[in-house]
Write a new protein. Structure first.
Length: 225
C-alpha cells in the first residue's frame, strides 16, 4: 500500500454522537485515546498537544507540549513562562492547539485565549514531577541559546548540587519563570477521518459566556472536510 494514500476508514462522528457538552465530548475522545495508548502501540503520547502562538509580527510558531490539565475550563499545559511560547502568549493570548491521533482517525482542534495557570495549580503539578525533571527546569532557560550540550549538563549538575534529592516536595522550589497556560476556548472541533477523504467535522462555536461544560454557551455546526 502507498503510505501516502491511506484511506481513513474510521466510523466518523455524527451530531447524534456528541455528548451533552463540548467538554464531555472532548473528554470522551481523550479518554479513548489514553485507553488505546495503554493497549496498542499505534497511539503514543496521546496527550501530545500542538500549540500555536504568533510573534509580534503575526508570524505563527508551533510546538508540541503535553496536555497536563483538562477540565471544563479548557486544556492546559506547563512550560517556562520566559520561553518563546511563554513570551508570545503573554503578549498575544490568541492561541490554537490540536490533539491528533492518526491511528484512530481522530483529531481535536481548539482555538481561544491563553491564560496563565494560577500559582496553586502550578505548585501542585510541580511537586508531582520527578526530582530530576524539576532540576532540569532549573537548569534550562527554555528557548535561550546554549553553547553546547556540555554547558547544559554542567547547569544540570550545578542545580542538582544546589537542590539535593531528599525525597520531599520541598526539595526543589518552583522556579519563578515556571508555570503554564490554560486555553479558554471559543471554538472546539472534533474531526473524524472517513473513507475517500469525505471526513466529518463538527465544530462547537461559542455563543455565550459559559465554559466547555455549559451546554447553553455553544452551538454546533458541520463543516465541509
Ligand atoms: C512529545 C513532546 C512533549 C513536550 N512537552 C512539553 C511540555 O509539556 N512543555 C514544554 O514547555 N515543552 C514541551 N516540549 C518541548 C516543546 O515542543 C518545545 O521544544 C519547547 O517548549 C520550546 O518551545 P518554544 O521555544 O516555542 O517556547 C515537548 C516536546 C515534545 C515533542
Amino acid at each position: 500500500m502507498d503510505p501516502h494514500r491511506v484511506d481513513y476508514t474510521g466510523d466518523g462522528i455524527s451530531e447524534a454522537d456528541l455528548l451533552e457538552t463540548p467538554y464531555a465530548s472532548v473528554r470522551a475522545w481523550v479518554d479513548d485515546a489514553v485507553r488505546r495508548s495503554e493497549t496498542e502501540a499505534d497511539v503514543f503520547e496521546p496527550l501530545a498537544l500542538s500549540v500555536a502562538s504568533a510573534d509580534p509580527e503575526g508570524r505563527p510558531n508551533v510546538r508540541t507540549v503535553l496536555m497536563r490539565f483538562l477540565d471544563e475550563r479548557g486544556p492546559g499545559f506547563v512550560t517556562d513562562l520566559t520561553s518563546t511560547k511563554g513570551r508570545e502568549l503573554t503578549v498575544n493570548a490568541h492561541v490554537a492547539a490540536a490533539l491528533t491521533w492518526p491511528a484512530m482517525y481522530r483529531a481535536i482542534r481548539f482555538r481561544g485565549r491563553a491564560v496563565q495557570l494560577d500559582e496553586d495549580e502550578v505548585r501542585s503539578y510541580w511537586v508531582s514531577r520527578p526530582w530530576a525533571s524539576r532540576i532540569s527546569a532549573w537548569a534550562s532557560q527554555q528557548s535561550q541559546p546554549v553553547g553546547s550540550r556540555a554547558d547544559l549538563e554542567a547547569a544540570y549538575a550545578a542545580r542538582a548540587a544546589e537542590f539535593p534529592d531528599h525525597g520531599s516536595d520541598d526539595d526543589v522550589p518552583v522556579p519563578d519563570a515556571w508555570g503554564g497556560f490554560r486555553i479558554l476556548c471559543d471554538e472546539v472541533e472534533l474531526w473524524a477521518g472517513r473513507r475517500n477523504r469525505l471526513h466529518d467535522r463538527l465544530v462547537h462555536t461559542r455563543t455565550g459566556e459559559g465554559d466547555l461544560g455549559d451546554a447553553g454557551s455553544w452551538e454546533v455546526s458541520r463543516r465541509q472536510p
